[in-house]
Ligand binder design. Sequence first.
Ligand code: ATR
Length: 273
Amino acid sequence: MTDRYAVIGNPISHSQSPFIHQEFAQATGQDISYEKLFADIGKFNEVVREFAAAGGKGLNITLPFKGDAFRYAGELTERARAAEAVNTLAFRDGKVYGDNTDGVGLVRDIVENLDYPITGQRVLILGAGGAVRGVLEPILEQKPASLTIANRTVIKAEALAHHFARYGKVEAVGYDALEGRSFDIIINATSTSLNNEMPPLPHGVFTPRTLAYDMVYSAGLTPFLQRAQGENAGMLADGLGMLVEQAAESFSIWRGVQPDTRKVTNMLREVLA
Ligand code: ATR
């Protein structure tokens, strides 16, 4: 029998997840279906309960429900607990398992696909919203030389640094404090690229060996990546690889097989162009 999966969100029409998971299923010979599930705000639990009761085996969770999914799950992985957000639910033996694969997706994209080590590097993350919370624990697990969070509202960065202190040392600063400093990896996890804006980064933070990574993906360079290019950053990457890697990790949690990601990322890149 075909096992049923879905991605739940609001809005959900733009999601690439059905395409990605169907490609994974085909490549690995897994018999699954994967659909888009819309839920009204406040109706997350109801929609999920119905899906699981009808035999659904697993869900991916996207905005704005990752916190709801965290509270819905009965069993949580350490990284989901740290993130206080869940992007993957598995319904198995009457239990609801919650995980968060966003961070491992980002780490794998950087370390394996881009072949850029995080261990021993000076890492700067821009932003202090849910996107950052979701990835901090897996980044700290890589043991960077330092991890700095810069945010417009400094108190939010400080709260994150405090929350994640037990996983490693995290420094919280405002953008002004970056003046005169440089970093090996700079990850833009703010929502600025979605609005064609740019975080107020001082000049000089990029070096010719800096990896500039935007968690947002787009056909052309985002404003952050344009700026990084203008300042001769060594390497530029957007979040398409992370999207596919987080999906691959969810797929392997559900199906016990790790799909190859390269082909699917290339296909999506062509569709985007
Ligand atoms: P999410 O949880 O999806 O990350 P969010 O909580 O709204 O969304 O966070 C958006 C992030 O982008 C925040 O870190 C926000 O900074 P503030 O906390 O100071 O609001 C950041 N952001 C949005 N627009 C920005 C801008 N123009 N310049 C700098 N940072 C910006």
